[in-house]
Each structure stands twice: as structure tokens, then as C-alpha cells.
Ligand binder design. Structure first.
Ligand code: ARG
Length: 458
């Protein structure tokens, strides 16, 4: 197929130029949006009297036929074409002759491609939001089953204070809900129609841009034609929101990897979502989690690529901008792939509750509660902290825990202790007392689960 812009040129295009210039290998995935966008444009051209109504109808029919044929496999997209826009317009002209050539009236590939990417990314963003919601739902269900599962909460990867596994999982639900919110926000700014910007300076034809916006489900039309064709903020914003999704999935993955090591043994992954070693027969590896953690690098790379492509180009369109698609599509595909594997892995994992409880029993994670007990007896917190610190040191020396340290030892450090201390440092009680909004008590976590389930049902 020849180029659309052939008229000015005397020589044929070098094969190397076409190979280098062509974007069809990665923009062919926009065929449906390209055709739908063209159908709306042609409909508007007919309705505004810019082209003949009859011809507009013929174009719409022709485009619908092309769409059908690509979907059914009857029409193969030519991988030597310059891009998907060229291919579809060329095919239309082949089918309709002169009439096909009227489709591009009052339009440039610059506003056309800006439209297509927005349409594709709106759909992809919705799909990712749904996948994130599915993961949040799995987390809510797992949390529901683990409201009583005591585990050590960590800071500096040192056992710190008692929490429940439910509470820990709901922390990730909170992050993912913010991701969903961010993606919704990105979509708002994506939902502006650039078509009508022309190559850069709009057009002299009396376009009805609002009609096209309405036909294609856009909230509004872009306000400046230069900006309309040269803005890719929405790609960058999406890549940035997706990078945060990957930061969250990657941190979660890191914990999964630790939790299923022999050192922790807090969870066991289902066989269907683990892999083995070719040499070590005992191995069961958390490859999915490791790959998700690794793939975060790709998505951050995509964001960096987009920022770098855009930072130095004069207005309006420049060919550099063709680089937007591979980066943003890679980010989208990577996140979707990660979520598809990650969610069922979490859903099917076994929580080793006793092991978590055993880990919680070591590491003095009730030391703060012990200090708080003394505060309840009237001691200032700083003094209570110091006395408890001494008790912990004593326990370490004697190979004991706060639970097994005899009362006389407590009283030797501070006479305010009585045998009520044992109830005060009971881990279940320590968790149950943390009734504060957002805390790990059953009541607080139930509220978090309820709120989050509501948020994902909208
Ligand atoms: N394939 C091009 C891209 O993705 C389409 C726009 C071409 N516009 C142009 N003026 N050459 O950016």
C-alpha cells in the first residue's frame, strides 16, 4: 500500500525508512477505536453538510464492514503499512473508491491518533480498575477469615507490635483503593475529545465537535488545537498511576516472598501458583511474586520513557510522540498481566495461623502494652518505657518472655506491677484493646472491610 502523502514525493520510500517509520506493529491494536472514531467523524461530516449525507452513510457502512472483517479474520492488517490510520483509510478507499477519500476531510492523523490513544486507554483504564477491584475483594474476604489471626507487626523488619493478618491485608486494600481512585481521576482528564484540532491549527470547516464527543462518549472537547494534538499528559499520568500500582504490588510481593520462606512460614502458596527448581527437589518458589516485583521496573521504565520523550519537543506534533504507544501499552499490559496472576495467587494461599501466632509470641511485641499497663498505674510513660526495657533485657538474659517472667522479677524492677500484668500483655487483649479507628481490633478491621467492600461495589 502506498503512502497517503505521496503527491509531493518523486522517489519511492526506502524500505529502511518504512521499517523505521512504521508504527503499525504496535498501533494495530487500536483498529477498533480508529474505526469507531472515523465512523463518528464521518457521521458528523454528513450531518454538518461538510460532505454529502449519502456519501457519509456509505463511509460509515464501509468502515463497519472493515471492522467486522478485521474481527472475523477475513481482513488481515498489512504489517508494512505506515500505521493503522493509513491502513484503514487505504482499505476504505479500495472498497469505496472516490467516496473513501472524503473521510479525511477536516481531519489530520495528528488529531486522529490523539483520539485513538485516548479511546484505547479509557477502555484499558476501566479494565485495570475492575482487576484492582477484584483484588481488593479477595483481600476483604481473606481479611474476613483472619480477623483473629494474630501476627507480629513490623518496623525495620523487627517485630514491633501485635496486629492481625486481616489488619495487614487491609493495609494493601487501602493502597489499592487509592490506586483505583487515582485511575478514575486520570480517566477524567483523558475523557476530552481532541478531534477537530486538525494538524495543529484547527480547521476551516464548520465541525460539530460536540456531536462527535457525544457519539464517542467524551465529556468535553479540547480547548486549544495545538494542545489537543501535542498533549500526552494523560499517558504520563496513567503510567504514573500504574507505577504506583506496581509499587504496591511489589511491596506486597516482597512480603509474600518472605512469608513463604522457611524463616517465616506465615503462608503457603498453592501448588498451582508456585514453581519448582530443576535441580533442588525440595524447592517451591514464589515466582509469581518475584516476577511482579521485577516487572515493576518495566512500568517505572515506561513512565521514564514517556517523560523523556515529551520533555523537549516544540509544539505541536512531532514524530517523537509516536513513541508514546509502545511505552504506555507496555505499562498497561504489564499491570494487567501482573494482576491476573497475583489475585488468584493471593486467593488460593494458605494462611499458617499457628506459625504467625508463634512468631507473635516471640520478640516482645507486647512491650508497649506492658509500658501502657504501668502508665495505667500512674507512672509517666517515659519511666514506664524504661522499666519495660529493663524487663525485656532481663527476659533476653534468662531466655524468657514477658508472659513467662515471674511476678517477683517484675516487682523487682517496679513495685507497681501486680499479677494483672499477665492479662494486660496477653496478645489477644493487646489487639482487642486497639479499638481506635483504623486499628487492628476485630471491630476496627470489620469497619475497614465493610467500607472497602462498599467502595468496590460502586
Ligand atoms: N503513527 C503516527 C503516531 O503514532 C500517527 C500520526 C502521524 N502524523 C504525522 N504527522 N506523521 O504518532
Amino acid at each position: 500500500m502506498g503512502q497517503l502523502w505521496k503527491g509531493r514525493f518523486k522517489k519511492e520510500l526506502a524500505k529502511e525508512t518504512n521499517d523505521f517509520n512504521s508504527s503499525i506493529k504496535f498501533d494495530c491494536r487500536m483498529f477498533e477505536e480508529d474505526i469507531t472514531g472515523s465512523i463518528a467523524h464521518a457521521t458528523m461530516l454528513g450531518s454538518a453538510g461538510i460532505i454529502d449525507k449519502e456519501e457519509s452513510e456509505k463511509i460509515v457502512k464501509g468502515l463497519s464492514g472493515i471492522l467486522e472483517d478485521i474481527k472475523s479474520g477475513k481482513l488481515k492488517i498489512d504489517m508494512d503499512a505506515e500505521d493503522i490510520h493509513t491502513f484503514i483509510e487505504g482499505e476504505l478507499t479500495e472498497r469505496l473508491g472516490q467516496t473513501g477519500k472524503r473521510l479525511h476531510t477536516a481531519r489530520s492523523r495528528n488529531d486522529q491518533v490523539a483520539l485513538d490513544i485516548r479511546m484505547v486507554l479509557k477502555k484499558e483504564t476501566d479494565e485495570i480498575i475492575e482487576k484492582l477491584k477484584a483484588l481488593v475483594e479477595v483481600l476483604c474476604n481473606k481479611a474476613q477469615e483472619n480477623k483473629n489471626t494474630i501476627m507480629p507487626g513490623y518496623t525495620h523488619l523487627q517485630r514491633a507490635q501485635p496486629i492481625t493478618f486481616a489488619h495487614h491485608l487491609m493495609a494493601y486494600a487501602a493502597m489499592l483503593l487509592r490506586d483505583i481512585d487515582r485511575l478514575g481521576d486520570v480517566k477524567k482528564r483523558m475523557n476530552v475529545l481532541p478531534l477537530g484540532s486538525g494538524a495543529l491549527a484547527g480547521t476551516t470547516y464548520p465541525l460539530d465537535r460536540n456531536m462527535v464527543a457525544q457519539l464517542l462518549g467524551f465529556d468535553s472537547v479540547s480547548q486549544n488545537s495545538l494542545d489537543g494534538v501535542s498533549d500526552r499528559d494523560f499517558c504520563i499520568e496513567l503510567a504514573s498511576a500504574l507505577s504506583l500500582v506496581m509499587v504496591h504490588l511489589s511491596r506486597f510481593s516482597e512480603e509474600i516472598i518472605m512469608w513463604c520462606s522457611w524463616e517465616f512460614k506465615f503462608i503457603e502458596l498453592d501448588d498451582a501458583f508456585s514453581t519448582g527448581s530443576s535441580i533442588m527437589p525440595q524447592k517451591k518458589n514464589p515466582d509469581i511474586a518475584e516476577l511482579v516485583r521485577g516487572k515493576s521496573g518495566r512500568v517505572f521504565g515506561d513512565l521514564t520513557a514517556l517523560l523523556t520523550v515529551m520533555k523537549g519537543i516544540a509544539l505541536a506534533y512531532n514524530k517523537d510522540m509516536q513513541e508514546d504507544k509502545e511505552a504506555i501499552f507496555d505499562a498497561v499490559d504489564t499491570v494487567k498481566m501482573c494482576l491476573d496472576a497475583f489475585t488468584p495467587m493471593i486467593d488460593t494461599m494458605t494462611v499458617l495461623k499457628d506459625s504467625m501466632r508463634n512468631a507473635a509470641a516471640k520478640g516482645f511485641i507486647n512491650a508497649t502494652d506492658c509500658a501502657d499497663y504501668l502508665v495505667g498505674k500512674g507512672l509517666p510513660f517515659r519511666d514506664a518505657y524504661k522499666a519495660t526495657g529493663e524487663l525485656v533485657a532481663l527476659c533476653i538474659d534468662k531466655g524468657l518472655t514477658l508472659e513467662t517472667l515471674p511476678l517477683e522479677e517484675y516487682q523487682a524492677v517496679c513495685e507497681l506491677f501486680d499479677d494483672g500484668v499477665y492479662a494486660a500483655i496477653n496478645l489477644e487483649k493487646c489487639v482487642a484493646d486497639r479499638l481506635v479507628e483504623g486499628g487492628p481490633s476485630i471491630e476496627s478491621v470489620e469497619k475497614q472491610i465493610e467500607k472497602d467492600k462498599k467502595a468496590i461495589s460502586i
